[in-house]
Ligand binder design. Structure first.
Ligand code: HAM
Length: 435
């Protein structure tokens, strides 16, 4: 097939190259995506979540407000552009903000709380591409609005756990933390400011701006120097108010009760500004440096921040590329889709027409059938049937049409069976097909 591109001049090479950090899902691999998407959606539906679909772009202000002006995502990674009308638009870097905007704009909360939604979306972040980190990637996410109870936190975490279990994944650690509410955050931010101020001469330029505006964001800076300094920073768990402390204790006790293993990791602060109280990550150590497969937490202030009535909320995002990579590393076999059940080889005008009709009849009954649509010879059709690994072939020429009798061949064993193509054709076919 490379020959097809020979005539393309050098300067047009870009046309045949995908954009850096993006990936193609090829026909031979798409079944893996269907498998995980179906499994995750089914599990979400079992818990009462319904799918929400939102536009790939939103007004830039939505992400500035929700994700936060001082985050890496907003400061460095968003794909933002002005429309011809002069409106600033951003390709979604994550799913939570758009889902919350849609829930508010369409007053979905009137349908009774809690509202539970899930989504499968592409996301866009201008990050340095590496294994497990892409500029276009895909998230499965679940969001729940309207419950402040720690039971909701535990339920969400148990649901994710169940999803991973159902896939047979074992190499994942659940890390949890609480980053408190605005009351505890104030004290914590001050402690961070005091600590990081000692290292003003070493922090990167971005972190220097964060020092005044939002020192907590210094904790997720990717620069190795800032990271090292951040290792010695005060931890948020020491600054929790009574309510946040109790909330976290209840989440942990529910996870204990459900036998869900977790590690309390005070370093988990997440990279997005909207989080409050419980935050968590599911991390693997076998898929390289980008080991966080899933991250989420509570965001009780976001809906109000976006102009709605105060409404507690929580959710998570799960990276589908990282999930697939984990399944591969754990040697978890994804069931392959069925190969072609039967390939009808039509010969001559009459035979081709009949092969075409029989193919449709088998397909109408829900079995994968195929026939030639290119006008190929008998030999070429046979070769193609072989290539697509058809289980059976049936040759239909003038004789078969006139006698209403054909031969059905099992391509693996070579066995041949009589097949009547009369008005009981499908029943006759099925008897052999199901053998
Ligand atoms: P996040 O931690 O930024 O959270 O992303 C969630 C997941 O998306 C990550 O754990 C990772 O698996 C995947 N991911 C993130 N960036 C990339 C990338 N550049 N390439 C490949 N995969 C990536 C959020 O996005 C929140 N909206 C999650 C959430 C929902 N919190 C509450 N509700």
């Amino acid at each position: 097939m490379n020959g097809l591109f020979l005539a393309i001049p050098e300067y047009m090479n870009l046309i045949t190259k995908r954009v850096k950090g993006a990936q193609d899902v090829l026909p031979a691999d798409s079944y893996k995506w269907h498998f995980i998407e179906n499994l995750l959606s089914n599990e979400a539906q079992l818990c009462g979540y319904k799918e929400i679909r939102t536009p790939v772009f939103e007004h830039t202000e939505l992400f500035n407000r929700s994700v936060g002006e001082t985050t890496d995502v907003v400061q460095k990674e968003m794909y933002t552009f002005d429309t011809k009308g002069g409106t600033s638009i951003t390709l979604r870097p994550e799913g939570t903000a758009g889902a919350a905007r849609a829930m508010l704009e369409n007053a979905v909360y009137n349908e009774g709380l809690p509202i539970k939604t899930y989504y499968i979306t592409s996301c866009y972040r201008y990050e340095k591409p590496q294994a497990g980190r892409y500029r276009e990637f895909h998230q499965f996410g679940m969001e729940m609005y309207g419950s402040a109870s720690p039971t909701a936190d535990a339920d969400l975490i148990c649901t994710i756990n169940a999803m991973f279990k159902r896939m047979g994944i074992t190499n994942l650690k659940l890390k949890i933390n609480s980053i408190g509410c605005p009351t505890c955050r104030q004290k914590y931010q001050q402690a961070l400011k005091d600590y990081f101020s000692q290292f003003k001469d070493q922090l990167c330029d971005t972190c220097l701006t964060r020092l005044d505006r939002n020192p907590m964001r210094i904790l997720d800076c990717k620069s190795s120097v800032c990271k090292k300094i951040a290792d010695g920073a005060p931890v948020v768990l020491d600054y929790l108010c009574e309510e946040c402390g109790n909330h976290f204790a209840k989440v942990k006790s529910l996870l204990d009760y459900m036998n869900v293993e977790y590690i309390v990791d005070p370093q988990i602060v997440r990279g997005l500004d909207y989080y409050t109280k419980t935050v968590f990550e599911f991390v693997s150590d076998c898929i390289g440096a980008q080991g966080t497969v899933c991250g989420g937490g509570r965001y009780d202030g976001l809906i109000e921040e976006l102009g709605g009535q105060a409404m507690p909320a929580l959710g998570f995002g799960l990276g589908l590329e990282r999930l697939l990579s984990l399944l591969e590393k754990e040697n978890i076999e994804i069931p392959k889709p069925d190969n072609c059940g039967v390939y009808f080889i039509g010969l001559g005008e009459l035979g081709e027409k009949e092969a075409f009709r029989l193919t449709r009849e088998v397909r109408n009954s829900g079995i994968y059938a195929d026939c030639d649509v290119t006008g190929r010879s008998l030999k070429a059709q046979m070769k193609y049937a072989d290539k697509i690994k058809a289980r059976f072939t049936v040759v239909i020429g003038d004789d078969e049409v006139n006698s209403k009798k054909a031969i059905m061949k099992n391509m693996e064993t070579g066995e041949k069976f009589d097949l009547d193509i009369d008005d009981k054709f499908f029943e006759n076919f099925l008897i052999t097909f199901l053998k």
